[in-house]
Design a protein. Structure first.
Length: 265
């Protein structure tokens, strides 16, 4: 069986930056084991699989090299980028995912792709898990939590950029991952972050759209503003524009195609 595959760098306007995701569109779902094997072989943060449900509406599932993921923002951006390129007349697409419901995605006049996601604002916790404390070389100032991750607040960019992690300790927090974040010291961004997910995907994720559905409302409250620019400070780096409303977070970004081809399975 031959399958068309496209690899897209998301949340960037240049190749070799942002977060790469593979996108595969099929007429019906492949077996779960096969999708997981393809994702492991691709060895990217995520591989997105799409099935057309009706006009401009697609079912979507995301797989890391280790496991299926409930929600992935950068692979959603990559998927929309592929579909908009294949169908230039489209300006709006809907995705449907079991864990997060319906996701609306638009192609803006500026060329960015705008995604409407559920607001997953985290709540502050008072008792910090021992495995979290042991897993990070710098103690947190505050810690928040939602259904996806622990949100570790630091006072400075130097802490976010220099923190070392113990993956064995962080793995014990499964199914939750860990994001470290602080207010940006640059005039270009409102906050920065890094995302560690040894429990679910590997080591450090280059750019994580889903975690910004929690980061954006957290920093919107702390900074007193609903429109924010975020920078994920991985080696590849990525920029996300965020707009926070009561129950939704609108995340926008650029994307660029790196590869298109065919896989044989």
């Amino acid at each position: 069986m031959e399958l068309e595959i496209t690899v897209v760098d998301a949340f960037t306007d240049s190749v070799f930056a942002g977060n790469p995701a593979a996108v595969i569109v099929t007429e019906q779902w492949l077996p779960d084991a096969l999708m997981q094997s393809i994702a492991a072989e691709n060895n990217l943060s995520e591989t997105a699989f799409l099935v057309l449900a009706e006009v401009a509406t697609y079912l979507i599932r995301w797989f890391s090299p280790l496991t299926e993921i409930d929600f992935c923002g950068h692979a959603t951006l990559a998927s929309a980028f592929v579909l908009f390129n294949k169908n230039p007349e489209l300006t709006r697409i809907k995705f449907s995912a079991q864990a997060v419901g319906e996701l609306s995605v638009e192609k803006t006049q500026s060329g960015q792709i705008q995604m409407s996601f559920p607001n997953t604002k985290p709540e502050k916790i008072e008792i910090i898990p021992e495995h979290l404390l042991a897993g990070l070389s710098i103690p947190p100032v505050d810690v928040y939590c939602n259904a996806q991750a622990y949100f570790v607040i630091y006072e400075s960019e130097s802490a976010v950029l220099s923190v070392q992690r113990n993956n064995e300790s962080l793995q014990q927090l499964k199914p939750l991952d860990v994001v470290v974040t602080c207010r940006s010291e640059s005039k270009h961004y409102d906050f920065i972050s890094r995302y560690f997910w040894p429990a679910n995907g590997g080591d450090e994720d280059p750019v994580t759209g889903s975690i910004h559905t929690g980061l954006a409302p957290l920093w919107a409250e702390r900074l007193g503003k609903n429109e924010l620019i975020a920078y994920q400070a991985s080696k590849r780096g990525g920029v996300l524009s965020c707009l926070v409303s009561d129950d939704r977070v609108i995340i926008s970004g650029n994307a660029v195609q790196y590869l298109s081809g065919t896989i044989t399975v």
